[in-house]
Design a protein around this ligand. Structure first.
Ligand code: TYD
Length: 214
């Protein structure tokens, strides 16, 4: 049986990661792998309800953090862990790095509390901590991301934040990469769509030995 693989996608709003999430799922499906394409916050009926609240209702930073981790707990238990146990590939649009970047670096929430919650929520019965096998960080200058976002639909609570917030979130991702550089691959998201796609496929080939169509 294949070993389960957990891949997460990260980056500030406007970095353009979402266009590539489906392409990665398709590439694994073409390689005859079962793929679960999912997202955070969300991915289960309960977590999607929590997503709606956290993206649209105003709340204090601790409530925001607790809802993110509550959604994550349900998502892990209902979707991610069963899929990995079956040997599937889990392609997840955002995971815990987003909490460290947005709630931690962006909002200034206590990183030690986030680390504690991460330990509780992602603990494995066998010991250790569930983390993605590979995290693709779509890295983009916050000023360019803001420009891309300005043409987008009605912004949610995060997309409506000022440029200074996204500069801090960007730094938060950079700090997470420094702390766990083996798990991360930094994608230069300022390149063209096609060049970004090539970078992504190159990483999948190098890190996970995925044979991708050229
Ligand atoms: P996003 O992937 O941008 O969804 P969409 O492309 O549909 O807008 O995710 C929604 C927002 O949630 C995004 O602005 C980042 C935020 N977020 C956090 O603040 N903390 C988290 O832990 C997660 C998972 C997301």
């Amino acid at each position: 049986m294949n070993r389960g693989i957990f891949i997460s996608f990260e980056g500030i709003d406007g970095a353009g990661k979402s266009s590539h999430v489906q392409a990665v799922a398709d590439a694994f499906a073409q390689a005859q792998r079962q793929v679960v394409l999912t997202r955070e916050p969300g991915g289960t009926p309960l977590a999607e309800k929590l997503r709606d609240m956290v993206l649209h209702d105003s709340m204090d930073p601790l409530s925001e953090v607790l809802l993110m981790f509550a959604a994550r707990r349900d998502h892990l238990q209902q979707v991610i862990e069963p899929a990995l146990a079956r040997g599937d590939v889990v392609v997840c649009d955002r995971f815990t790095d987003a909490t460290f970047a947005y709630q931690g670096a962006g909002r200034g929430f206590d990183l030690n509390v986030l680390r504690q919650l991460e330990l509780w929520v992602q603990a494995l019965p066998s010991g250790g901590l569930r983390q993605p096998d590979l995290t693709l960080w779509f890295s983009l200058d916050p000023a360019i991301a803001a420009e891309r976002l300005s043409n987008a639909r009605v912004p949610d609570r995060f997309e409506a934040q000022p440029a200074a917030f996204f500069a801090k979130v960007h730094q938060g991702y950079s700090d997470r990469l420094q702390a766990d550089s083996k798990r991360f691959a930094r994608i230069d998201a300022s390149a063209s769509l096609e060049q970004v796609r090539e970078q992504v496929m190159h990483v999948l080939h190098q890190r996970l030995n995925l044979q991708t169509p050229s």
